[in-house]
Design a protein around this ligand. Structure first.
Ligand SMILES: [Zn+2]
Length: 449
């Protein structure tokens, strides 16, 4: 399958001679081809540091060499990318992402995958599976699509899809057999159904994550081994259970300690919750430049839903703002205590535009008291740790999957630099920023028609 990017590059004569004629993906690198980032500053993300003036060699989908530019020799056939004054950083992850279901137009699926990639997102954990989606995962992970690496949760476990404890266990075994990477938990499961799911999951060696059903509660979900708590689901509910409308510091410290003890992860999705609680300004949301990459229909429905929430008799800005503030306290406490935090925004939905929403989320993480380095850890090294049973990635280091961003400035001094890209590499395939911008323009134009 010839990708759109390859067509673009061929059309503009941008494919290096040694890369022409290969089958796998856009600017593919096979056994005989190496990509060399030369004279580049490396932000390896193993600790907070910058390795100055390095050469990084990529062969196939792996980083094979990271060393001082003065001592690394460059194979004569290599595609050389000038890294002078630039920063090479591991690609980021959207750990609570969505991919349009297979019944959507193919273009919608391809555009969504590309919007992630265009923003330096090289791994997406898809958090709601649909029949037929595993084929897409295989294509993406074989490098046949302009897509991040995909890991997919299966179809949801919720009050509608599960009607008995027995059925919950069966559903687990079926999803394991089908090959999903995770079980997705939504609200509505009874305690008995949840426990049956959790026990079957443990028996079958698959993890589960997502929401915390009200009947289950956060403490019990932690005890049962839920791996990820997305949207900080259950935390404010737990704290308000101890002290209605307030965050009790002892209760907060207690639940944070239990989270860490259980080695559970959280995917905070802070920005989305502000929108769902409608504490932000609709005019500001509608002015997001990235809305040009979203269909008119989606934009209209996002605005309609926002207005509906505002107009609801239950809407109370003060109590909603209190929940949003409590969530910030929870994130700050989890971070200070050293809990496992993963970057995610729940795109695409509700003004969270794939890829672009991550930049807004990073700003919120800084407000919670995290440093730029801490924030980048949640999208790189932590993601590699989370997926360590699948593959090796998340650092700029030898043996790691070549998922990278080349940035014009140092992201450790200012996370806004993450948006100043010179290009993105996924599985060793190089997407220069000029090609990314060209494809983004095409996507925007397609939604204007
Ligand atoms: Zn979601």
């Amino acid at each position: 399958m010839k990708s759109l990017l390859l067509s673009f590059l061929l059309a503009f004569g941008l494919v290096p001679i040694n890369l022409c004629g290969q089958q796998a993906g856009p600017v593919a690198t096979g056994a005989e081809s190496v990509v060399a980032f030369v004279n580049v500053h490396v932000v390896p993300m193993d600790e907070e540091r910058v390795l100055e003036d390095q050469t990084v060699l990529i062969e196939g989908d792996r980083i094979i060499t990271v060393g001082p530019a003065s001592s690394v020799s460059i194979p004569p056939t290599a595609l050389v990318i000038d890294g002078s004054g630039r920063y090479l950083v591991p690609g980021l992850a959207e750990m609570h992402g969505h991919i349009p279901p297979p019944n959507q137009p193919e273009s919608e699926i391809q555009n969504t995958l590309f919007l992630y990639l265009a923003n330096g997102i090289t791994t997406v954990r898809g958090m709601l599976g649909y029949d037929g989606q595993l084929t897409l995962r295989e294509q993406a992970n074989r490098g046949e699509l302009d897509s991040p690496n995909l890991y997919l949760a299966g179809p949801s476990f919720n009050g509608n899809s599960v009607s008995s404890a027995e059925q919950a266990g069966e559903k687990v075994r079926r999803q394991v057999q089908e090959g999903w990477d995770l079980l997705k938990i939504h609200p509505g499961l009874t305690l008995a159904e949840y426990d049956s799911m959790a026990i079957a999951a443990r028996g079958a060696g698959i993890d589960f994550g997502g929401h915390v059903p009200a009947d289950v509660g956060l403490e019990h979900a932690i005890e049962m081994g839920q791996l990820t708590f997305d949207h900080l689901d259950g935390y404010v509910e737990y704290l308000y259970g101890v002290s209605p409308g307030a965050v009790d510091p002892d209760a907060l410290a207690e639940i944070v300690a239990r989270t860490i003890e259980a080695r559970a992860w959280v995917v905070p999705t802070m920005v989305l919750w502000e929108t769902l609680y409608s504490v932000n300004n609709l005019d500001e949301l509608n002015a997001f430049p990235e809305l040009q990459y979203v269909s008119e229909g989606s934009r209209a429905s996002w605005e309609r839903q926002f207005r509906q929430r505002l107009g609801s008799p239950q809407f109370d800005r003060d109590s909603n703002q209190a929940v949003i503030d409590a969530r910030m306290e929870v994130l700050a406490a989890l971070h200070e205590a050293g809990a496992g935090i993963l970057m995610g925004t729940d795109a695409p939905q509700q003004y969270s535009v794939p890829g672009f929403s991550l930049h807004r989320e990073m700003a919120r993480m800084l407000e919670a008291g995290m440093s730029p380095y801490d924030v980048l850890v949640t999208g790189t090294r932590n993601v590699g740790a989370y997926f360590s049973a699948w593959d090796t990635f998340g650092l700029v280091a030898e043996g790691h999957r070549a998922d990278l961003m080349l940035l014009e400035e140092n992201p450790l001094t200012d996370l806004a630099h993450v948006a100043e890209r010179a290009g993105v590499m996924v599985q060793g395939r190089w997407y220069p920023e000029s090609a990314i911008q060209a494809r983004l323009s095409e996507i925007a134009a397609s939604y204007r028609q």
